[in-house]
Design a protein around this ligand. Structure first.
Ligand code: HXC
Ligand code: NAP
Length: 293
């Protein structure tokens, strides 16, 4: 069995209606593709309607599924309400929301204008808040029995990260939102979970985080104990599981999918992997010789 093959059975999401923000590209597109293959109807949204239309056409042809593309800048609550209304008008209901839209770029923090910092916070934190609040109010209002919110964060949501400080700040907020609402809205049948991906190459992320020859200079695979980058189907498999009823008892969880990357950076003595096997005899002898001294 290959790790990058579709995981769930074919009808696992049959009849489900899922909104994927930022669904026209990158990981949002990969998740959308798999949700369609599993029988879901998907609303994809972003700021760029041409991109959404192109993606919708390609994925409908590829999967035979149904997509509704809706232009929506998640920073604006009225646009989010319009997206929700369009989804309900087209498909009659919404079962799940994937907060995947994001903005990010590398920069020393002191070079950022106040507006640059705000822009990232607004897309990631305010955008996630806008979509979650609108959907949550709707689900509570229509007394929907079960619904799911899935937030795409990053592993630096809890560690922080230099040079992407607005993104780290915003993702940390999304993490707090995830865990808080998991408890508060469980009584309405709304589960709230998150995925924290390590590096999964996409054009959107790599153009802004690894521009020019940075990707050759900083080979991300070297930071990852498993020695490779993530593949889109792996993330789509996890997302589909967390959206599906198979994960019905999982609530408030943040699943890391990074090949062990962040723990490698965190463990005090992880650098000792550089020590060759033959040196361990000598080191052990040195340590043992200190007994009783
Ligand atoms: C400094 C910058 C800048 C840069 C923009 N700005 N780029 N400042 N360095 N490289 C400043 C602008 O000058 C402006 O401030 C403010 O930011 C807003 O810029 P706009 O271009 O007007 O904003 P907008 O058109 O809304 O575009 C948003 C964006 C853009 C975030 C800047 O990159 C975008 O559209 N991104 C969407 C997709 C994306 O980012 N994907 C990557 C996700 S990867 P002033 O003061 O001049 O007005 C991810 C996690 C990856 O999130 C983790 C990997 C392991
Ligand atoms: P991406 O292709 O650039 O995806 C970001 C999407 O967000 C785009 O489709 C973009 O579409 C949309 N978007 C941006 N601003 C928006 C706004 N104001 N309103 C609505 N939509 C907006 O990058 P990606 O790598 O697939 O990232 C997807 C998610 O995974 C993000 O949450 C990111 O933080 C997370 N992530 C990615 C990685 C990785 O290695 N790739 C790692 C960790 C976490 P428009 O430009 O058309 O609006």
């Amino acid at each position: 069995m290959e790790y990058n093959r579709p995981m769930l059975r074919e009808d696992a999401l049959k009849g489900e209606v899922i909104i994927v923000t930022g669904g026209g590209s990158g990981l949002g597109k990969a998740m959308t593709t798999y949700f369609l293959e599993l029988g879901a109807k998907v609303v994809i949204s972003s700021r760029n309607m041409d991109k959404l239309l192109t993606t919708a056409k390609a994925l409908e042809e590829k999967t035979g599924g149904r997509i509704l593309p809706v232009a929506c800048d998640v920073r604006h609550y009225d646009q989010v309400e319009n997206m929700l209304a369009a989804a309900v008008k087209e498909f009659g209901k919404v079962d799940a929301l994937v907060n995947n839209a994001a903005g990010n770029f590398i920069s020393p923090t002191e070079r950022l204008s106040a507006n640059a910092f705000d822009t990232i916070i607004d897309i990631v934190l305010k955008g996630t808040k806008n979509c979650t609040l609108a959907l949550g109010k709707h689900w509570i209002d229509v007394k929907q029995k079960r619904a799911t919110v899935l937030n795409i964060v990053t592993t630096y949501a809890w560690t922080g990260s230099a040079y992407v400080v607005p993104s780290a700040t915003a993702k940390a907020g999304v993490l707090a939102l995830t865990r808080s609402l998991a408890v508060e809205w469980a009584k309405y049948g709304i589960r709230t979970n998150a995925i924290a991906p390590g590096p999964f190459p996409t054009e959107g992320a790599w153009d802004r985080l690894m521009p020019g020859n940075l990707k050759d200079e900083f080979d991300m695979r070297k930071k990852i104990p498993l020695g490779r980058l993530g593949e889109h189907q792996e993330l789509a498999n996890l997302a589909a599981y967390l959206i599906s009823d198979f994960s019905a008892f999982i609530n408030g969880e943040v699943v890391t999918i990074d090949g062990g990357e962040w723990l490698k950076g965190a463990g005090e003595f992880n650098m000792l992997e550089k020590i060759p096997d033959e040196m361990w005899d000598m080191l052990e002898m040195m340590i043992r010789s200190k007994k009783g001294k």
